[in-house]
Unconditional design. Structure first.
Length: 294
């Protein structure tokens, strides 16, 4: 799978590689059925509409697709993110704008109530922090006052051993969860992450649905996993560094230092870093320079 040509800073992740690939629509359908309790059988009914070049607010969705009268927005997160409703609210706005612009018989100026596919937002969490099997995150919690806009995101803990009923219904998801869990375990007994990945790939059961696909794309799978692992590790390290600096220099300095390092490592764009602290790109550069962080 190639990187986005719109912005090299983005790297596709294993979750999207498995469930957002046109080659694997049957796995996407299996995941949809498991989440919604439905029983669709025609994978060709899925119309993927992930916007590959959507970089507004420094983010891109993992998997977005239309089936019947529902647009699903699926995101995988290795760290808990309570701001997911805002991210998906912005992204969904872009998807619906494109949906209307492409026709789809939606007449926005009609005096007759128009109907559009219903949005369903799901975040699949597989981080190491202990979380409940299911949490509903609300956009209204992001606002200082009462909001007229609401977005709900269902966060599902897919760590191996959690959400067992869901994982049993969707075999590719269960295998993905097992693989992630096995890589983490192997990392504790091997010298490198690459060795842990190699061992986990060998250990995938012979009847695994995703095994042939992962082995056929072994180099790409390893690259994605290593990139994501480095991203999560850097975030954790820099959050801790930020807390330490917060006791002496002020929390703003610690956060800026963390963001600058993530940009230097290519794990965030300048746009993302600036948005994280509510600055323009030029303002972020100036602030970082004044604090001798760049």
């Amino acid at each position: 799978m190639s990187e986005s040509t719109g912005n090299n800073q983005y790297r596709d992740r294993l979750f999207k590689f498995i469930f957002g690939n046109p080659e694997n629509k049957e796995w996407t359908l299996s995941l949809y059925n498991a989440v919604n309790g439905s029983h669709y059988t025609d994978a060709d009914a899925i119309r993927l509409n992930t916007i590959e070049t959507a970089v507004y607010m420094g983010m891109r969705n993992d998997v977005s697709f239309l089936i019947d009268d529902t647009i699903s927005f699926y995101e995988q997160q290795s760290t808990f993110n309570p701001n997911m409703p805002m991210r998906l609210f912005i992204y969904a706005g872009m998807v619906y704008a494109r949906y209307i612009e492409e026709g789809n018989d939606y007449r926005r100026y009609s005096q007759v109530q128009q109907k559009a596919p219903a949005p369903k937002c799901v975040c699949f969490y597989n981080g190491t922090a202990e979380k409940e099997d299911k949490i509903v995150l609300k956009l209204s919690d992001s606002f200082a006052g009462e909001s007229d806009i609401e977005v709900k995101v269902t966060m599902i803990n897919i760590n191996y051993g959690h959400s067992q009923e869901l994982l049993e219904v969707c075999k590719p998801l269960k295998e993905y969860a097992w693989f992630v869990d096995r890589v983490r375990y192997n990392k504790t007994i091997t010298e490198t992450l690459e060795a842990a990945l190699d061992e986990a790939l060998k250990e995938l059961p012979g009847d695994s649905l995703i095994r042939p696909y992962l082995l056929a794309n072994k180099a790409e799978v390893k690259r994605m996993c290593i990139t994501e692992y480095d991203h999560v590790r850097t975030l954790a390290e820099q959050r801790e560094e930020g807390r330490e600096e917060g006791r002496t220099e002020g929390i703003e300095v610690g956060k800026l230092r963390m963001l600058v390092k993530l940009v230097e490592k290519g794990l965030l764009t300048l746009e993302q870093a600036a948005e994280e602290v509510g600055m323009t790109i030029s303002g972020f550069k100036e602030k970082a320079g004044s604090l001798n962080l760049s």
